[in-house]
Design a protein. Structure first.
Length: 499
């Protein structure tokens, strides 16, 4: 039987069992331990009884055999048969059977009875038979007024013209009584021990799972507004402790993600407000006062639309980086060609001097379009910050390639060199420059570089700032590959949110 539930439009199934208590881990652990221990105890019990029975019956058989050989020696040593055969215990009986199966002599306790068994071994050859029922007369023909079974040993005798068989019966009553006692004791003790083990497992499992229940109850009460709360962490470094610490780390990431989403909504709203207001104002002026200024107003509107399109495109790129679904078409990319291309672009604008003296040949494996965007964003950022000069450099270091873009602007204080890669971050020095973007360019740079398995950081340009990109080197003998789907290093791409 099952029932269907839905949460947030997603249907799920929950299987209901006729015994809900089986859903408890501690009950299942106790039941399994009880079953295993009970099975082990049962096998041990059967093994002990079997070994003990074999030992006791073997001892009784040996006693009967020894008694039979002793009587055989006594009969052979006497010139004539005794009236009654002597036995060493009251629960033993003896008979001397003649060649025709007639009882020639017997012990006093079974005098007048017929042969106990039909065993007739040759002289000097021993034969034994163990009775298997409780009534002596019915099976062994030994009447000792004892409610017990017997083991009978038969030894052939040939002496002084006498040919016959000596039969000696030894009672198994003591052995059977001992077996019954052991069976009773173990039958009570072993189940009690098995249930004790199950109870201890149940209790210890409950004690061990108390931190898990505390974690569950804490998480069950969390909402989107309570992500600052944390689950209790046990002091020991075990599986539950690691679970609690992992859970708190996850809550920390969720809190950070939630904070960033709220900040993103606020920042996007702020960034969109100004271009939309400017666009609306220009369009209203153009409508109300058509004339010579209409062209300029429309060109201004187009500029604002371009700014909005760029912002939306950057946000979509960051969203793909966050989700690890940025498609990379991998191939050989000459990083020096990209540096020279954007150096020529800045040189064509004529606002700053551009140096490419440090650009050397280097090839990487990556997506050319995305790496072009990395170089373009760094070049535009350097141009905005530069006072007079921007320098490009590309070099190889072992199995790595480094691209650096340096400006001679005011530089970036050490405390802000990580913060500049966050979204919508624009330092005060940057706000004084015209054309400043929304503060997403460097965040996109870091995301794309990390998706390619590289790193990016800021150094002191002395003067100014130097942005350095470090990527894996690709040899000339390696064939290019194409890849579409999750980016290379997709796991690192998600780390953009943590910086």
């Amino acid at each position: 039987m099952s029932t269907r539930t839905s949460a947030g439009g997603t249907a799920g199934r929950r299987r209901l069992t006729p015994w809900p208590w089986l859903g408890s881990v501690r009950v299942r652990a106790a039941a399994v331990s009880l079953l295993i221990v009970g099975l082990v105890f049962l096998l041990g019990w059967l093994g002990v009884i079997a070994v003990l029975r074999g030992s006791l019956y073997t001892s009784a058989t040996a006693t009967a055999e020894a008694e039979a050989f002793d009587l055989t020696s006594q009969i052979a040593a006497r010139p004539r048969l005794p009236v009654h055969l002597p036995v060493s215990a009251e629960d033993m009986a003896a008979q001397l059977i003649g060649p025709q199966g007639v009882v020639v002599a017997s012990s006093r306790n079974i005098a007048g009875q017929g042969p106990m068994v039909d065993l007739t071994p040759r002289p000097g050859v021993e034969a034994t038979r163990v009775g298997v029922v409780l009534h002596v007369r019915r099976f062994t023909h030994v009447d000792l007024d004892l409610d017990s079974r017997f083991v009978v040993a038969a030894v052939g005798v040939h002496s002084a013209g006498l040919v016959g068989t000596v039969l000696v019966a030894d009672s198994l009553g003591a052995a059977d009584h001992a077996l019954e006692l052991i069976t009773l004791v173990l039958g009570i003790a072993l189940p009690a021990l098995a249930f004790l083990v199950g109870f201890l497992v149940w209790a210890l499992t409950g004690w061990s799972l108390r931190p898990v229940e505390a974690i569950r109850s804490q998480v069950a009460g969390l909402s989107a507004m309570d992500l600052h709360r944390r689950v209790p962490e046990p002091p020991v470094e075990d599986e539950i402790g690691r679970l609690a610490r992992t859970m708190n780390a996850m809550l920390g990431r969720l809190e950070l993600s939630s904070d960033r989403q709220r900040q993103l909504v606020a920042d996007v709203s702020h960034e969109l407000r100004n271009p939309l207001a400017s666009l609306r104002a220009q369009l209203e002026v153009a409508l109300k006062h058509p004339g010579d200024n209409t062209g300029a107003l429309l060109r201004g509107s187009v500029d604002e639309v371009d700014r909005l399109s760029q912002l939306v495109d950057e946000l979509l790129t960051l969203a793909r980086l966050d989700e690890g679904v940025l498609s990379l078409h991998l191939g050989h990319v000459d990083l020096d060609d990209l540096a020279l291309l954007h150096a020529d672009r800045l040189r064509a604008r004529g606002r700053v001097e551009v140096s490419v003296a440090g650009v050397g040949a280097a090839r990487v494996l990556g997506d050319e379009a995305h790496l072009t965007r990395v170089v373009a964003n760094l070049a535009d950022n350097a141009e905005r910050q530069a006072v007079r000069r921007v320098a490009f450099a590309v070099s190889s270091h072992g199995d790595r390639v480094r691209l650096s873009v340096t400006d001679d602007g005011p530089g970036i204080p050490p405390r802000d060199r990580e913060r500049v890669f966050e979204r919508f971050v624009r330092l005060d020095s940057a706000r004084t420059h015209e054309g400043t973007g929304a503060g997403l360019g460097l965040a996109i740079v870091r995301g794309i570089v990390q998706a390619h398995g590289g790193t990016v950081w800021v150094e002191d340009g002395a003067p100014g700032a130097r942005f350095v990109v470090d990527l894996p080197l690709v040899g000339t003998d390696e064939a290019p590959t194409e890849r579409s789907g999750p980016p290379v290093g997709a796991t690192t791409a998600r780390r953009v949110r943590a910086h």
